[in-house]
Design a protein around this ligand. Structure first.
Ligand SMILES: Cc1ncc(C[n+]2csc(CCOP(=O)(O)OP(=O)(O)O)c2C)c(N)n1
Ligand SMILES: [Mg+2]
Length: 823
C-alpha cells in the first residue's frame, strides 16, 4: 500500500450505499438514411462488400470442410475451421473506424475479424505503404504468389494478398500469414493491426490488456481491442484481465505524464453460445453480459450492449468508446450481440439449438438487410449488390485455387536440419534496448540511488584479501547481484517494465527490487493484482507489441495459477507467428523453503518440459547477475528460477567476486565448480552447496575425488563439459531439490546415457527430493537431498563406500516398493 493513501477508519466504516448507473442496451437507432451525412456512398458500399467477402470466405471453408470441394476445387482440410457466418456485421462495423495503429486480438473464431480489420487497413493505407508491407512481409513470399496474375490496382493486389495469405495459413502453407505455423485459430497479420488470435478460450482476455499497457506506458498511438466470445466471460484470464485493466493506480497513482485508464476495449462477441452451452440463461448468472462491467470499477467499464447485427451500430459504438479511451477514462467493455449460423465447427450438428432459432436470425441477416437498406436509400442499386457478391466469389475462388495447390503453396519442410521450427522456437537475438531512440524514464541518476550507494561499500567476493570467509551480510549476495543487473537494464531499455505482487514499496517479495522504487516512476515498476495469470498474460501482450517485461511470481508453486499463460502463450507465439514476433519476457520465480507443502517446491521440470521456454537457475551471485543480463538483453521468454535459500549467498567461486559492471553469462554453459577425478556430481540450483559438503566428506572419509558441475541453465544446455567429465570419472550423480519423479535430471541422465554409455561404469543416478509434499521446515531433512543422501545414493547405486552404512534404505527393493506405492 503506498503511504500516500491513508486507510481512514472513519471513511471505511461509514454507512451508505453503492449506486449503479443504467447500462445502455442497443440504444443506437439510426438508419442508413440518418447516417448519410457521416458516411459516403463508397463507405457504405464498402461495408457491404467487406461483409460479403467474409461470408463468401467462410462459406467456402464450410463447403470444403463438409464436402471436400468448393466450386469445383477439391480439397480435404483436416484442421479446424470455426466459422463466423452471421457475425460479419459485428466484425466489419468494429473495423470500419479503426486505424493501422489500433490493434485487435481475437479468438479461435476470428477469420472474419482478420479480414474485416485488414480490408479496413487496406482502404486507409496508400499504395506505397501497401507495397512496402507486402514486399517486406517474410521477404515477399506471399506477395510473389499473388502478384503473378494481378491485374488491378495495388489495393486489389493487397486484397488478393490478404485472402490468399489467410487461406494459405489456414491450410498450413509456408506462404501463409504465419508461415503455416499458426493455422486457422491463430492466424494474424500485425502490419494491418491484426494481432494474435487465440485458440485458448479467453486467452486474449489478459494478453490484450498487456498490449494496451504497452501503448500506455510507451505512449504509442492507437487503441487495443480484445475480442473474445461470450462463453469466455467465465474464464480466469478474462476476470484477471479485467481486474488488471481497471486498477485504480492508473488513474490515481501514476505520474501526471502517464495518468489515465488503459486504451482498451474488451469486446465480447456475444453469439449466445459456447460450443453448446449458453452463457446467458444456463452457464452464467449475469442475465445480460453487459452487466459484467458494473462490478469492476465505478465507471462500470462504460459497458454497453450493442447490436452486432447492424454494422453502423457497432461502428458508432467504436467512435464513442474511442473518445472515452482518448480522454484517459478507459477501459471499456462491450457486449456485441451477434449469432453464428454454422455450428461451433462444421462437424457440429447443432443438436443444442432449434432450427427455428437459426432461421429467425437468418431472417435478419445483415448482408441481406444492409444491402436492402442501401438500395432503398439509393446508395446503390441491385446490380451493384450482385456485382459485390460476384466479385467476392471470384476473389475467393482465385485464392482458393492457389492455396490448395501444393506446387504453388508448399508446406514448410520440417524434416530437414535447421528447419522453420528449429529456427523459430527461439529468436536468440541480443537487443540492448527495444526502443533505442528513447531515453528511459527514471527518477534519479543511477549513482545517486541509495541502494547502489550502499552496495558500493560491500565486498564483491565471499572472501577478504587474506582468503577469510566474510559474513554474507558484508558481501554482495544473489539478491544484490540481481538488483545490479536489473537497475542497469532499466537505465538502458525504456520499454522495460517490472511488475508483480508487492513489487513496488515492498521491494519485491524477497527484496530484490529494494531501491528500484526510488529510481522508477509507477509506469515502470508497479504492484499488480494478486492475479498470476494476468501478470504473465499481460507480459505476453506487452512483449507482442514490442516491449520488454520483467515479471515476478513470488513462489514457483504459484505457476499453476498462470498455467495457460506460461504453458500456451509465453512459449508459443514466437514459433506460431512463423518467427515474426519476439517474446522478451523474463519471469522470475523462487523456490521456497521453510513454508511447507504449497510454498517450497522446485517446479523446474514443469517449465523444462514446455518447448519454447528458456529455463535458468543460478546458484551464485556472479551467475545471477550475468544470467539476468543475458535474460534482459535476449528476445526469448526466460523462466528465471531463484532459490530463497540463496538470496543472501555471497560469491565463493568467481575470482575477484561479482564484477561491478555489466557482463553476460551465456545461456547453456554449465560451470565446473570443483575439479575431481573419481565421480561427477551435477547439480541444479541450491543443491550445489550440499553437493560441496558431500564431496568434502567423500574426499576426507573415503578418498574419493569429486568433480562438481553446476548446470546454471537447464534449457538450453551444452552437454560437452559433462561428457568430458564423465570420460574422466566414469560415474555421475545428478542432484536437485525437485521431486525425483519426472525431474528434469532424468532427461539429463538419459541423454548422458545415450551419449556416453561406453564411458560409464555405473548408470547415471538421479537424486531428488522425495515424491511427497514438502513437509515443514523442522523436518525438511527427510525430504530434500542433504549430504547424507548423496552418500547413500553413491554407496547403493554407484560404488560401495568402504565401511559406510546408509542413513536410510535406498536399495533396489526399496525403490521398487516406493514406486509401487507411487511415493
Ligand atoms: C480453455 C479452453 N477451454 C475449452 C476450449 C474448447 N472450446 C473451444 S471454443 C469453445 C466455446 C467458446 O465459446 P465462446 O467463447 O462464446 O466463443 P465462440 O465459439 O462462441 O465464438 C470451447 C469450449 C478451449 N479451446 N479452451
Ligand atoms: Mg459464443
Amino acid at each position: 500500500m503506498p503511504k500516500c493513501q491513508i486507510v481512514n477508519p472513519e471513511h471505511a466504516r461509514k454507512s451508505g450505499y453503492i449506486e449503479f448507473k443504467p447500462i445502455p442496451v442497443n440504444q443506437y437507432s439510426k438508419s442508413v438514411k440518418d447516417e448519410l451525412a457521416r458516411y459516403s456512398q463508397d463507405d457504405l458500399i464498402r461495408i457491404q462488400r467487406d461483409m460479403v467477402i467474409i461470408r463468401t470466405f467462410e462459406n467456402m471453408l464450410n463447403e470444403i470442410k463438409l464436402r471436400g470441394s468448393f466450386m469445383g476445387i477439391e480439397y480435404m482440410h483436416n484442421g479446424p475451421a470455426h466459422l463466423s457466418m452471421g457475425q460479419e456485421a459485428a466484425a466489419v462495423g468494429q473495423a470500419f473506424h479503426l486505424g493501422i495503429d489500433d490493434h485487435i486480438y481475437g479468438s479461435h473464431r476470428s477469420h472474419g475479424e482478420i479480414l474485416a480489420k485488414s480490408l479496413s487497413a487496406i482502404e486507409k493505407l496508400d499504395d506505397k505503404a501497401l507495397m512496402r508491407i507486402m514486399e517486406n512481409y517474410f521477404d515477399g513470399q506471399c506477395l510473389r504468389i499473388v502478384e503473378k496474375d494481378a491485374a488491378g490496382s495495388v489495393k486489389d493486389l493487397a486484397i488478393d494478398f490478404l485472402i490468399y495469405g489467410t487461406l494459405a495459413e489456414i491450410f498450413g502453407r509456408e506462404a501463409g500469414l504465419n508461415k503455416g505455423m499458426g493455422g486457422s485459430m491463430h492466424a494474424f497479420f500485425p502490419p494491418f493491426g491484426v494481432y494474435p488470435n487465440n485458440a485458448i478460450v479467453g486467452g486474449s482476455g489478459d494478453i490484450s490488456v498487456g498490449a494496451a499497457l504497452f501503448k500506455k506506458v510507451n505512449k504509442k498511438p492507437g487503441i487495443v481491442i480484445g475480442n473474445i466470445g461470450d462463453a469466455s466471460s467465465s474464464c480466469g484470464p478474462v476476470w484477471e484481465g479485467l481486474c488488471f485493466a481497471t486498477m485504480d493506480q492508473f488513474k490515481k497513482l501514476w505520474n501526471e505524464s502517464h495518468r489515465g485508464g488503459l486504451p482498451l476495449i474488451i469486446n465480447f462477441y456475444n453469439n449466445f453460445y459456447g460450443m453448446g452451452g449458453q452463457p446467458e440463461g444456463e452457464t452464467m448468472g449475469f442475465g445480460m453480459l453487459a452487466r459484467l462491467g458494473a462490478g469492476i470499477n465505478p465507471e462500470q467499464m462504460h459497458a454497453e450492449r450493442i447490436d452486432g447485427y447492424n454494422p453502423l451500430a457497432v461502428a458508432d459504438a467504436i467512435v464513442r468508446k474511442r473518445r472515452i479511451l482518448e480522454n484517459g477514462d478507459g477501459p471499456v467493455l462491450l457486449d456485441t450481440v451477434t449469432y453464428r449460423y454454422s455450428g461451433h465447427s462444421p462437424s457440429d450438428q447443432s443438436s443444442y439449438r432449434e432450427k427455428s432459432e437459426i432461421e429467425a436470425w437468418q431472417e435478419q441477416d445483415p448482408t441481406v438487410h444492409f444491402a436492402k437498406e442501401l438500395v432503398e436509400t439509393k446508395v446503390c442499386d441491385n446490380t451493384k449488390i450482385e456485382a459485390i457478391l460476384k466479385n467476392a466469389e471470384q476473389l475467393i475462388v482465385k485464392a482458393c485455387k492457389k492455396a490448395v495447390d501444393i506446387s504453388i503453396s508448399p508446406r514448410a519442410n520440417l524434416m530437414k536440419q535447421n528447419n522453420l521450427l528449429e529456427q523459430t522456437m527461439f529468436s536468440n537475438q541480443k537487443v540492448d534496448s527495444m526502443d533505442p531512440k528513447r531515453t528511459p524514464d527514471t527518477l534519479m541518476p543511477i549513482d545517486k540511488n541509495p541502494r547502489v550507494q550502499s552496495l558500493a561499500s560491500r565486498s564483491r567476493s565471499a572472501y577478504d584479501e587474506h582468503g577469510q570467509r566474510l559474513k554474507d551480510t558484508r558481501c554482495i549476495g544473489i539478491r544484490d547481484a540481481l538488483f545490479e543487473a536489473i537497475i542497469d537494464r532499466f537505465y538502458t531499455d525504456p520499454t522495460l517494465v517490472a511488475y508483480g505482487e508487492e513489487n513496488r514499496e515492498w521491494g519485491g517479495a524477497f527484496g530484490v527490487y529494494r531501491g528500484l522504487t526510488e529510481a522508477l516512476p509507477y509506469h515502470r515498476l508497479f504492484n499488480s493484482p494478486i492475479a498470476e495469470g494476468s501478470i504473465v498474460g499481460t507480459a505476453v501482450g506487452y512483449a507482442l507489441e514490442g516491449g520488454r517485461a520483467l515479471v515476478e511470481l513470488m513462489y514457483c508453486d504459484f505457476l499453476g495459477r498462470a498455467g495457460d499463460e506460461v504453458f500456451n502463450q509465453l512459449c508459443k507465439w514466437q514459433s506460431m507467428s512463423g518467427g515474426l514476433l519476439k517474446m522478451p519476457v523474463v519471469m522470475r520465480v523462487s523456490v521456497g523453503s521453510k513454508y511447507g507443502a504449497q510454498h517450497s517446491q522446485d517446479w523446474t521440470a514443469l517449465c523444462t518440459h514446455i518447448p519454447g521456454l528458456k529455463v535458468v537457475f543460478p546458484a551464485t551471485p556472479y551467475d545471477a547477475k550475468g544470467l539476468m543480463y543475458s535474460a534482459l538483453t535476449g528476445t526469448d521468454p526466460v523462466i528465471f528460477f531463484e532459490s530463497q535459500r540463496l538470496y543472501g549467498m555471497a560469491e565463493e567461486f568467481f575470482k575477484g567476486g561479482v564484477p561491478r559492471g555489466a557482463y553476460v553469462v551465456p545461456f547453456g554453459e554449465p560451470a565446473v565448480r570443483k575439479e575431481g577425478s573419481d565421480l561427477t556430481i551435477l547439480t541444479i540450483g541450491a543443491t550445489l552447496y550440499r553437493a560441496i559438503d558431500a564431496a568434502k566428506e567423500l574426499e576426507e572419509k573415503y578418498g574419493l575425488s569429486c568433480e562438481i558441475i553446476d548446470v546454471r541453465t537447464l534449457v538450453p544446455f551444452n552437454y560437452e563439459k559433462v561428457l568430458e567429465s564423465v570420460k574422466k570419472t566414469h560415474k555421475i550423480l545428478l542432484a536437485s531439490d525437485a521431486c525425483e519423479r519426472g525431474s528434469f535430471l532424468h532427461t539429463m541422465a538419459s541423454t548422458i546415457n545415450t551419449l556416453a554409455f561406453d564411458e560409464l561404469d555405473a548408470p547415471p543416478v538421479v537424486l531428488g527430493a522425495r515424491n511427497w509434499i514438502t513437509p515443514p521446515d523442522e523436518v525438511e531433512e527427510a525430504f530434500f537431498p542433504f549430504p547424507a543422501d548423496f552418500l547413500d545414493a553413491i554407496h547403493e547405486h554407484i560404488m560401495p563406500l568402504k565401511g559406510y552404512r546408509v542413513k536410510r534404505d535406498c536399495s533396489a527393493s526399496d525403490l521398487i516398493r516406493r514406486n509401487q506405492y507411487g511415493i
